[in-house]
Design a protein around this ligand. Structure first.
Ligand code: LRH
Ligand code: MN
Ligand code: MN
Length: 388
């Protein structure tokens, strides 16, 4: 196995980005459950995210979703984040909650509505400039519900044209992260349904357009780690929206449904050079805590990613390579399984202690009294966005 000091050193460089929307009230289309103490503003969402970083030490940035986090002064919002010890990260565009987007946003047959959608994306780049963000994450709910409803090929042309305009507006250190999703809300065709479609659009745009793998956005049984390996090899893995799922886009806590899958993904990330400073892969969470408390839910999720990463870093790369080259099927598999079976919790507790953190972030947050104070101080918490 890889030496523990080397694993610890690598883990110190890890950063996991939190979604602002994980802290607001959320639910399904059947019911949004309000929780006590949830944030009433973008500022309070950032304050909650800062708590997760304070106790884990590996979540130094928070993603915005516009217009859910729209404010008058974005530079002030970024300063507020900095004062709390975190930074604003990815800016997520939202072209899926306006009546005008019933038949789509950038792929809508109506040029006026396409203009409106593109203008929103350009507004998001303005926000990026103001907060100092390098990542514009684009997910389109666009698609059709019925065969014949629209010209599937023309929709690709419209999408490409919109992406071109937005890409041209980016600053030199900014990039587009294009996210795909198999289906939902469109049920027949989706305009960016898979990594191949996202990759094809990114290739046409240029180097600063990369694919985002949301782990909940595939058909059941899809080998996500293969997609990760391939995109990394092509230099087009922009990042992850981590969450876990049992059925479709469940947005449950990452590593809850299938921790082994998360390990396999992180193994391909490490193997492909996607981990560590300068790798360019953004590790983001995209989750909803519908029934569990939100800050502890985010802490748990961050710890799950950290544990999977530690196990992936423990894989004995030399032994694996030797077994693979020697055609030793069982030996190679055993190298991976040994790393996966390692209980890394003591190692991570030790790392936190070395970093001046409490070895048990969940317990430390619970003891802090922050949740009780928020419940007393905050009345009328905000909905995360869905059904708002
Ligand atoms: C779409 C998605 C996308 C959105 C987020 C709220 O299902 O994964 O990333 O921005 O959910
Ligand atoms: Mn997502
Ligand atoms: Mn999703």
């Amino acid at each position: 196995m890889t030496a523990v000091p080397d694993v610890k050193a690598a883990l110190r460089t890890q950063s996991i980005e939190l979604p602002s929307w994980a802290f607001g009230n959320s639910g399904t289309r059947f019911k949004v459950f309000a929780q006590p103490g949830v944030p009433r503003s973008a500022e309070e969402k950032i304050a909650d995210a800062a708590q997760v970083h304070a106790y884990t030490g590996v979540a130094p940035s928070v993603a915005l979703h516009i217009p859910w986090d729209r404010v008058d002064d974005y530079a002030a919002l970024a300063a507020h984040a900095r004062a709390l010890g975190v930074a604003i990260g990815t800016v997520n565009a939202n072209v899926f909650q306006d009546d005008d987007f019933r038949l789509g946003s950038v792929a809508n047959p109506d040029p006026g509505i396409r203009r409106k959608a593109i203008d929103h994306l350009l507004e998001c780049v303005d926000v990026m400039d103001a907060v100092g963000s390098a990542n514009l994450k684009l997910w389109f709910a666009d698609g059709t519900n019925y065969p014949g409803q629209d010209d599937v090929r023309a929709r690709q042309d419209r999408l490409a044209e919109a992406l071109r305009e937005v890409y041209a507006r980016l600053g030199g250190d900014q990039r587009i992260l294009l996210e795909y999703k198999l289906f939902e809300p469109a049920f027949y065709t989706t305009d960016v349904p898979d990594w191949g479609t996202a990759y094809a659009h990114c290739l046409k745009l240029g180097d600063r357009a990369q694919v985002v793998v949301d782990t909940g956005h595939h058909a059941p049984g899809t080998n996500i780690e293969f997609i990760v390996a391939l995109l990394l090899r092509e230099g087009r893995l922009g990042g992850f929206d981590f969450n876990s799922r049992f059925y479709a886009d469940d947005d449950l806590m990452v590593g809850a449904a299938d921790p082994f899958q998360l390990f396999r993904i992180m193994h391909e990330v490490v193997r492909g050079g996607g981990f560590g400073p300068g790798s360019g892969v953004a590790f983001m969470l995209d989750q909803c805590h519908n029934i569990e408390p939100k800050i502890p839910g985010q802490i748990r999720s961050v710890l799950n990613v950290q544990e999977a990463t530690a196990k992936a870093l423990l894989v004995d790369a030399a032994a694996l390579d030797a077994a693979q080259r020697g055609g030793d099927v069982l030996g190679a598999n055993a190298v991976l399984m040994d790393a996966y079976a390692t209980d890394v919790r003591p190692l991570l507790a030790e790392l936190r202690t070395e970093q001046g953190l409490d070895p048990d972030p969940v317990a430390a947050f619970a003891r802090s009294g922050y949740a009780e104070r928020a419940a007393a101080d905050r009345v009328g918490g905000q909905q995360a966005g869905w059904g708002a």
